[in-house]
Design a protein around this ligand. Structure first.
Ligand SMILES: NC(=O)c1ccc[n+]([C@@H]2O[C@H](COP(=O)([O-])OP(=O)(O)OC[C@H]3O[C@@H](n4cnc5c(N)ncnc54)[C@H](OP(=O)(O)O)[C@@H]3O)[C@@H](O)[C@H]2O)c1
Length: 248
């Protein structure tokens, strides 16, 4: 098992891509703090994991990543239970598909708060612990974070920032043996896509994708396992595009 005994935090672990990451980490022997935006969604995910993996060592944590005190409490809970943190996956994210001139201040600010400031806050608090013995931080970016996206001015800006944050942290934290990488998915079948992408647009995207479909969340998870594991011991500052060949 590639992550035997490692302690991981997965934000946005309650559903979608994050839940698939949690499941793969559990299969590889990790102890996982499954984070949702509130305790109810985190607990539901823990219950689902325990149904299939009754021996899994998992803990539900409700944390709004915008809130500094809640983020600090998340880190405290994990350290209290398991004594260290080896892996942080900054995966929680939100989107708004809107024309620029329709985008309100609140739309823009809330996307930046969750997708950028949330990633910063979780990373800062975890690194205070992780720097003692090294670790791996993996940020969920997006294809839109490299190429931009129509009706995605806030989301695209936030994911470009995630890439910049990833590379800057990789440079700064290498001296502590902390590796920092990002995964940039294409289109993945989750609630986020169901709620924000029209059937017509999805069909077009599938046709433009050499693999001819959108991804299931589980098809992303292996990249996170790799980046979290010692197999990636010399990999840092990289943005892994996982998009079925949509942009080549
Ligand atoms: N799906 C795609 O096609 C796609 C493509 C590229 C990148 N991504 C990125 O992948 C990540 C996961 O996306 P997804 O498609 O799996 O999304 P999703 O199904 O909508 O799930 C979003 C997750 O983020 C959590 N979350 C939302 N706001 C939060 C907050 N303020 N504090 C803490 N947690 C919060 C949600 O928790 P609750 O369950 O409690 O609401 C949930 O676990 C995001 O960063 C997204 O930008 C997705």
């Amino acid at each position: 098992m590639k992550l035997q005994g490692k302690v991981a935090i997965v934000t946005g672990g309650s559903r979608g891509i994050g839940f698939a990451i949690v499941e793969s980490f559990v299969k590889e022997g990790a102890k996982v703090s499954i984070c949702g935006s509130c305790l109810e969604t985190a607990q539901k995910a823990v219950d689902n994991i325990l149904l299939n993996y009754p021996n899994a060592d998992v803990m539900p944590v409700g944390v709004n990543v915008r809130d500094t005190e809640e983020v600090k409490k998340m880190v405290e809970q994990v350290v209290e239970k398991w004594g260290c943190i080896d892996i942080l996956v900054n995966n929680a994210g939100i989107v708004a598909t809107k024309a620029l001139i329709e985008m309100t201040d609140e739309d823009f600010t809330s996307i930046m708060d969750v997708n950028v400031t949330g990633v910063f806050k979780c990373t800062r608090e975890v690194v205070k612990i992780m720097k003692a013995r090294g670790g791996s931080i993996i940020n969920t970016s997006s294809l839109v974070g490299t190429y931009g996206g129509k009706m995605q001015s806030a989301y695209g800006t936030s994911k470009f920032a995630v890439n910049g944050f990833t590379k800057s942290c990789a440079k700064e934290l290498g001296m502590y043996n902390i590796r920092v990488n990002a995964v940039a998915p294409g289109v993945v079948e989750t609630d986020m896509v169901a709620e924000n992408v029209s059937e017509q647009m999805l069909e077009g995207l599938k046709q433009m994708t050499p693999l001819g479909k959108m991804a299931q969340p589980e098809e992303l998870a292996g990249v996170y396992v790799y980046l979290a594991s010692d197999d990636a011991s010399f990999t840092t500052g990289a943005i892994f595009q996982v998009d079925g060949g949509l942009v080549l």
